[in-house]
Design a protein around this ligand. Sequence first.
Ligand SMILES: [Zn+2]
Length: 212
Amino acid sequence: MEIIENVYQLDCASHGHVFFIRSDEGILIDTGMPGLVEKILAELEALDGAVQTIKKILLTHHDIDHIGNAKALQDATQAEVWAPQEDVPYIMGEKNRPGIKRILQTISRPPKPHISGCYLVNQNFGEVRVIHAPGHTPGHTIFQYRNVVFIGDLFQEIKGRLDLLPRFFIWDQEEAKRSISIIKELQYDWICPSHGMPIKRGTVTENFLKNF
Ligand SMILES: [Zn+2]
């Protein structure tokens, strides 16, 4: 679905969304659950052959449903893959994920992409602004493009409501809550969570954010 002009939430990745920002230097935000590469490429191809334009793949954090197709998409597009520095050891399998994620990683170990770079403070990729928002994971990062904020797993949308992710998926709850308050400083119209549907700024967002 198109969220605003040239910004898409791909329909094929419903658990751990993949977002595509169309431009001369196209950008993907996150890569979905493992095994979706063919569907992702087909959906991008249907958007005027968008596969060839993708130059950057930006990962919000190390969780499997975000990095699942990073290597396969990098191989298909030759795009650079960028990630938060603190999350790279988990992506590369050098550190075990904490808690329940340690069990999940024994079931599914996505192939490792080549990490082209780690986000710098106040970095931009074209019009995409990098915003450090740790807590869900040590390096969790969100992005803003024009009036859209891609919040990764900072919080989620469920049936029109906003909520935190289950506590056992969160690395540091207090830090995550502090990061949610960052949203209040931003100018935006749309929030795009990785889990749930995009939500327009309004009563629901204001009522949720005032708790942080
Ligand atoms: Zn996550």
